[in-house]
Write a protein that binds this ligand. Structure first.
Ligand SMILES: CC(C)(COP(=O)(O)OP(=O)(O)OC[C@H]1O[C@@H](n2cnc3c(N)ncnc32)[C@H](O)[C@@H]1OP(=O)(O)O)[C@@H](O)C(=O)NCCC(=O)NCCS
Length: 192
């Protein structure tokens, strides 16, 4: 399978592969730290405990790079000019079945401008048209309507809901995760 390119250019944003350097770790740590309250309802890693120091972000970036080298994941920073506004990527990339799962977030002040929609489009284009994946899924908390809307805008199909699939400790509640997916032929038809 081909490797994902390290830079994907959109009309307004740019996706840059998150290299494990201290400089990038400091930037990502700063964005995630100030977005913490907005992320914790949905993302387990974004707790105070998980975001204490930039060294934790550096370790995360090293894991991302290892995953990229093994071909199991790809993680991009979303940049608006020089400003880092969030991340988007794929994990659990399965070379045999050509499938993967999508994840991502934006800092709160840059929501509502379509930047995640643009980021997901760039990612799907690369995944389906260049790398050769066939299926991408996204599992989203049934309460997370903004994330569901971003996925539906791309033409993902709702497949079903897994009851109590994950546990959000910061909120002391189980998550019912809705599964959505898009296939290569659906993407090609929509974007021809
Ligand atoms: C999920 C998340 C990324 C969605 O952010 P978002 O800004 O709503 O998503 P988009 O970038 O696609 O923007 C869509 C919004 O911008 C508006 N918009 C403006 N210009 C637009 C454009 N050119 N294209 C598309 N939408 C545009 C849309 O109308 C929509 O606004 P609305 O919510 O008021 O209807 C964000 O809420 C987030 O980071 N949440 C916390 C983390 C999280 O939940 N991650 C996902 C876990 S599964």
């Amino acid at each position: 399978m081909k490797k994902f390119k390290k830079v994907l250019k959109g009309e307004r944003i740019m996706l840059r592969f998150l290299e494990p350097s201290f400089e990038i770790a400091k930037i990502v740590f700063e964005t995630t730290s100030r977005s913490r309250k907005h992320l914790t309802p949905w993302m387990e890693w974004a707790t105070e405990k998980g975001l204490q120091k930039a060294e934790q972000t550096f370790a995360f970036l090293q894991g991302c790079k290892n995953g990229y080298e093994k071909g199991t994941q790809v993680d991009y920073g979303i940049f608006l000019g020089k400003k880092h506004i969030g991340n988007v990527g794929l994990f659990d990339i399965n070379e045999k079945y050509k499938s993967a799962e999508k994840g991502g977030w934006l800092c709160p002040e840059e929501q509502g401008n379509g930047y995640m929609t643009e980021a997901i489009s760039l990612l799907l284009k690369e995944a389906f048209e260049e790398v050769g994946l066939n299926r991408i899924q996204s599992r989203i908390d049934e309460k997370n309507t903004k994330s569901q809307a971003a996925i539906k805008r791309q033409g993902f199909t709702y497949e079903g809901t897994g009851r109590q699939t994950a546990f959000i400790e910061s909120e002391n509640r189980w998550e019912n995760l809705m599964t959505f997916s898009i296939l290569k032929n659906e993407w090609m038809k929509k974007n021809k």
